[in-house]
Design a protein around this ligand. Structure first.
Ligand SMILES: Nc1ncnc2c1ncn2[C@@H]1O[C@H](COP(=O)(O)OP(=O)(O)OP(=O)(O)O)[C@@H](O)[C@H]1O
Ligand SMILES: [Mg+2]
Length: 132
């Protein structure tokens, strides 16, 4: 568990976390609106060497980034109504890193080896980040 005191610290944590990522890893991010999930993904993308700016895939569901050490699929399920047929297995079964915001919506569909990261806002600028 770490405490982040700024968005920059959360990005730095994501960068560092990315160095241990391997092809096929799945990260399930949970936490309230504004907890810092997308902020963490920005750091992970930077740590993988992705050069494009990371934006929230809230309406498109998935953004793919291929310019890094590993391809990254950034998924946001906030607006998802039914988990049927979104085809995330295609990423899980291939050498992608898949990072999923609001992953609790598809908890039962996640692979066994999924790493869970929970972000909790403690105040306006402080976030608790727990990896399990
Ligand atoms: N320590 C911190 N870590 C991360 N973000 C922080 C921190 N302190 C303040 N913030 C601010 O909190 C907001 C986090 O927004 P972000 O889009 O990353 O949240 P989110 O969890 O992805 O929300 P959503 O559920 O809407 O997708 C940003 O405006 C960021 O600047
Ligand atoms: Mg987000």
């Amino acid at each position: 568990m770490i405490i982040s005191h700024s968005a920059d610290e959360t990005i730095a944590f994501g960068r560092q976390f990315a160095s241990a990522l391997r092809a096929g890893d799945v990260l399930a991010l949970s936490g309230d609106l504004g907890a810092g999930k997308t902020c963490l993904v920005k750091g992970i993308a930077a740590g993988l060497g992705i050069v494009q700016p990371v934006t929230s895939p809230t309406f498109t569901l998935i953004h793919e980034y291929r310019s890094g050490r590993l391809p990254l699929a950034h998924v946001d399920l906030y607006r998802l109504e039914s988990a049927a047929g979104i085809g995330l297995e295609d990423y899980f079964d291939a050498p992608w890193v898949t990072v999923i915001e609001w992953a609790e919506k598809i908890e039962t569909l996640l692979p066994m080896h999924t790493k869970h990261i929970r972000l909790t806002a403690l105040d306006e600028i402080t976030r608790q980040i727990e990896v399990t």
